[in-house]
Design a protein around this ligand. Structure first.
Ligand code: BG6
Length: 488
């Protein structure tokens, strides 16, 4: 596997939202940090729209600078200008020979022009496209655009969710792509796997004596994995309505977090060993019961002209998953995701059981130990502990051992998820990508419930925009054993 030589990054769907908002800014950040060298790399945008190189550059420029958290100075604009010179545009159909031949020629010219030391060529195809065109695009790449260097290199494909709509369609899609490319060439992105605190989960669990002995059914009462957004489907109603919150967030982002939180210790840190353990967790999830699901739809969702008036699509869901294995039997994993809620936050809440024979309980009930990992915003981890209330009286209170990344790692720039994951695809590291069998297992879990929702058998409850979601969801959480403490 070559790590040097010419590198061509081809962004298909270059004029779409994902490419402009995520892919190109991530590439720019990598360029600025020296991971993409001008003497090796060339970036090609490909899409149907007939525009010039400069027109594409103009469309991207604003997003590059916007993606920076710090105010962009003149250095930034200069960097952006240099970066944009590496970007070329080719227009063509997603199922037509002509465009892909043109693309291949352009890539080839770039490869020849780059004075690479070993003559190998690396071709990374990033499909920022709807999945309906994956099969035809993959076929075209396979027929016309593969790396042809005898001197080594590779061709890799990056695909984004949604990978299908249920088990059957996902398997069909995997089958079609799998006939063209080997699993080692396919990178299924789930950007939650690129988030700093998601990547920290295995370190936390397996490199700390604190956690290892406690991380099981004897000590943990429930685990919540929560995603909230304080805005609705703005502008994406048409897409969203076809998928709903379970396919958009829970079946992928939250289930991936669950896997890392619940899996056994892998044999080693190799991608295959890690993913083997993730698959086992997924296989141990028992079928979801209707009474352990609460769905919601925010009021006003159907006002979006692209959403049908009779839409049954949930914009909120709380689902209790149960894992049938020695470690987790009896511990509810409550997965919750919602749009247009009261805040924007993603976090994992591990609530511990009460202390047996608690001699302080007679004073005042303070709350259980809880360990919270906040993925965003403001990455943090904190442990809720019971301590003595400082002072002359003997009473207890709850306090926090708090690791806030902003304070502890001042000045350290936490990379964007996409930036990190794209770098992995160039380096050939599949650890943070979803393997085909993982995907299949994740669909196995949710498909029966999704079919009941699509068939109108499970219906969402209306909730107010800016609220916590339906109260029924809080009731379900309480039933799962979660005890609210101060500040939640
Ligand atoms: C995407 C979903 O995968 O993740 C969006 O399609 C959602 O609906 C987004 O808004 C959330 O990502 P993040 O990184 O902002 O939590």
């Amino acid at each position: 596997v070559s790590e040097t030589g010419s590198l061509s990054i081809i962004v298909l769907g270059a004029s779409g939202d994902l490419a402009k908002k995520k892919t190109f800014p991530a590439l720019f950040n990598l360029y600025q940090q020296g991971f993409l060298q001008s003497n090796e790399v060339h970036i090609f945008g490909y899409a149907r729209t007939k525009i010039s190189d400069d027109e594409l550059r103009d469309r991207i420029r604003g997003h590059l600078l916007q993606s920076k958290s710090s105010s962009s100075g003149s250095g930034e604009s200069e960097d952006a200008a240099k970066f944009l010179q590496l970007v070329k545009y080719i227009s063509g159909a997603y199922d037509g020979e002509e465009g892909f031949r043109l693309l291949d020629t352009a890539i080839y010219e770039h490869e020849v022009s780059k004075n690479t030391q070993d003559g190998s060529s690396r071709r990374l195809f990033y499909l920022a496209l709807p999945p309906s065109v994956y099969p035809s695009v993959c076929r075209m790449i396979k027929l016309f655009c593969m790396n042809k260097s005898d001197l080594g290199g590779w061709t890799r494909i990056v695909v984004e969710k949604p990978f299908g709509k249920d088990l059957k369609s996902a398997e069909a899609l995997s089958g079609q792509i799998g006939e063209l490319f080997g699993e080692e060439q396919i990178y299924r992105i789930d950007h939650y796997l690129g988030k700093e605190l998601v990547q920290n989960l295995l370190v936390l669990r397996f490199a700390n004596r604190f956690f290892y002995p406690l991380w099981n059914r004897d000590n943990i009462d429930s685990i919540q994995i929560v995603f909230r957004e304080d805005f609705g489907t703005e502008g994406r109603g048409g897409y969203f309505d076809e998928y709903g919150i379970i396919r958009d967030i829970i079946q992928n982002h939250l289930i991936q977090v669950l896997c890392l939180g619940a899996m056994e210790k892998p044999v080693s840190l190799t991608p295959e060993h890690i993913r083997d353990e993730k698959v086992k967790v997924l296989q141990s999830v028992v079928p979801i019961k209707d009474e352990e699901v609460v769905l919601g739809q925010y009021e006003g969702y159907k006002d979006d002209p692209t959403v049908p008036n009779d839409s049954n699509t949930p914009t909120f869901a709380t689902v209790v998953l149960r894992i049938h294995n020695e470690r987790w039997e009896g511990v509810p994993f409550v997965l919750k995701a919602g749009k247009a809620l009261n805040s924007r936050k993603a976090e994992i809440r591990v609530q511990f059981k009460e202390v047996p024979g608690d001699i302080f309980k007679c004073m005042n009930w303070i709350g259980r130990n809880e360990f919270v990992i906040r993925l965003q915003p403001s990455e943090a981890m904190y442990m809720k502990l019971t301590v003595k209330q400082p002072g002359l009286e003997m009473s207890t209170t709850q306090s926090e051992l708090d690791l806030s990344y902003q304070q502890r790692y001042q000045g350290v720039q936490i990379p964007e998820a996409y930036e990190r994951l794209i770098l992995d695809t160039i380096r050939g590291d599949q650890q943070h990508f979803v393997r085909r069998d993982e995907l299949k297992e994740a669909w196995e879990i949710f498909t029966p419930m999704l079919h009941r929702i699509d068939g109108g058998k499970l219906k969402p409850i209306l909730y107010k925009q800016g609220s916590r979601g339906p109260v029924e969801a809080d009731e379900l959480l309480a039933k799962a054993g979660y005890m609210q403490t101060h500040g939640y």
